[in-house]
Design a protein around this ligand. Structure first.
Ligand code: NAP
Length: 232
């Protein structure tokens, strides 16, 4: 797995007007994206390591506010050795953490905000003021709702983001897919049944089905790690 991921040059695939976009999800065998409201119980340690490795290949990592509330993110690349690795391959030592939020109802006591390392950019439709945070936070405000295509253009043209990893959740993912902005999908299939009413990797309607080509499929202890590229 490390071999495959170390050869990933996502930043070289950037477009002029938006970043190259990869999405990562872990699902159960019955297609659920969480167990008891969180994704942590789905994936293995290898899956968590893969996610950390993917974060070393991009300029920015994007999540929706629902994912931030459920998962309470910390610094995106927590291992100093991986941050040094980013610098060795010409990337800033922390990826920009990007959060999309309608209401700015975020867990401000989560380590992403209190740790002081890294940088955060929030796209929001709220006019509320931000609390003081240890980690530097910048805000870009949109009218009534965040325009995802405009946010991608801003990231590319104003912040120099060439490759973006989106880690969900399901409602943000739907909008990215609906706007035709997802180039790759890293999908981990965990050998577990979740049952219940947990969300799927994508929640809501798409204008049409989106087709994918399998780029690789790896296996470890029954867990499948698929990489898909958008077909056509
Ligand atoms: N299995 C996995 O790999 C995985 C990955 C990620 C998440 N999850 C799971 O998914 C669940 C969370 O699902 P979710 O759908 O709520 O997550 P989400 O897509 O991360 O968050 C949805 C929220 O993002 C904000 N948002 C999204 N698009 C917006 C737009 N265009 N304009 C303004 N705000 C926008 C809104 O925030 P406001 O509420 O602030 O308005 C909305 O309520 C959790 O259980 C989490 O564990 C699983």
């Amino acid at each position: 797995m490390g071999e495959q991921l170390s050869g990933l040059d996502l930043v070289d695939l950037s477009y002029a007007d938006r970043p190259y976009v990869a999405v990562n999800f872990v699902t159960s065998l019955d297609g659920r994206a969480a167990i008891e409201g969180r994704s942590g119980a789905l994936g293995s340690r290898t899956d968590a390591e893969m996610l950390q490795m993917l974060r070393t290949r991009v300029d920015a990592v994007m999540i929706g506010a629902g994912t931030m509330r459920a998962e309470r993110y910390g610094r995106m690349v927590s291992d100093p050795a991986l941050r040094q690795h980013r610098e060795r391959i010409g990337l800033p030592h922390d990826p920009l953490a990007v959060i999309v939020s309608g209401r700015l109802d975020l867990p401000w006591d989560a380590p992403l905000f209190t740790d002081g390392g890294g940088r955060v950019l929030i796209f929001t439709a709220s006019s509320a003021a931000l609390p003081e945070t240890e980690t530097p936070v910048r805000v870009v405000r949109h009218e009534s709702r965040v325009d995802i295509a405009e946010a991608l253009r801003y990231l590319r043209e104003e912040r120099g983001v060439r490759a973006l990893l989106c880690e969900g959740g399901p409602r943000l993912h739907r909008q990215l897919q609906a706007s035709g902005s997802v180039d790759e999908l890293f999908l981990t299939i965990s050998p577990k049944l979740a049952g219940g009413e947990e969300p799927r990797p994508i929640e809501g309607d798409l204008p049409q089905p989106v087709e994918w080509e399998l780029a690789w499929l790896l296996e470890e202890r029954g867990e499948l790690f698929a990489r898909y590229r958008r077909a056509g």
